[in-house]
Design a protein around this ligand. Structure first.
Ligand code: HEC
Length: 147
């Protein structure tokens, strides 16, 4: 028991001390957002009837929900003013971290709702929730991304 606790504590120490090179941190969080963006776009094409693979909707919904759980850790490292990679993340991401993190939690929650509805009723059942999900993207991007 004691061993587990000590082991757990040492992992925590490593996790807080660890920082990636700024460019890698930027590219990694963009990988995560890109996965979310690509699958959200695919869901929209299916929901709008532009792509006939309706059975694929639930899989895309699961991919968004799953990638959304990676977002908080992906953004945690403050890279403002560091690195050479192009980024659209504003300094406010880290200045208002608690609020930004809340936005990512809402993203996670809403993506999960879409996935749950899609699992039983497909795109038709999830369409309303998908609209709410897209509002979450826009709401955060308006405040935290440069144009
Ligand atoms: C709580 C804030 C927040 C939410 C919610 C959010 N995003 Fe983002 N997103 C960002 C920020 C900040 C960036 C800029 C990252 C960078 O350039 O370093 C970003 C970047 C992106 C990118 C560009 C990635 C790249 O390769 O440069 C895409 C695509 C994207 N988001 C899609 C989405 C979609 C789709 C949703 C909703 C399903 C969403 N985002 C929800 C904050 C958010």
């Amino acid at each position: 028991m004691l061993k587990t606790i000590i082991f757990g504590a040492s992992i925590m120490t490593v996790a807080t001390a660890y920082a990636a090179a700024p460019d890698d941190a930027i590219l990694y969080r963009q990988d995560v957002m890109h996965t979310i963006g690509a699958n959200a776009h695919a869901m929209n094409l299916i929901a709008e009837g532009q792509i006939p693979y309706s059975a694929a909707f639930a899989t895309h919904a699961n991919l968004v929900a799953s990638a959304a759980t990676l977002a908080v850790d992906a953004f945690r490292q403050n890279t403002h003013g560091q690195g050479k990679e192009k980024t659209t993340a504003k300094a406010e991401v880290w200045q208002d971290w608690a609020k930004f993190e809340e936005g990512l939690k809402l993203l996670e929650e809403r993506a999960k709702t879409v996935a749950t509805l899609a699992a039983s009723g497909g795109a038709a059942a999830a369409k309303g929730a998908l609209g709410e999900l897209f509002k979450t993207c826009k709401g955060c991007h308006d405040d935290y991304r440069t144009k």
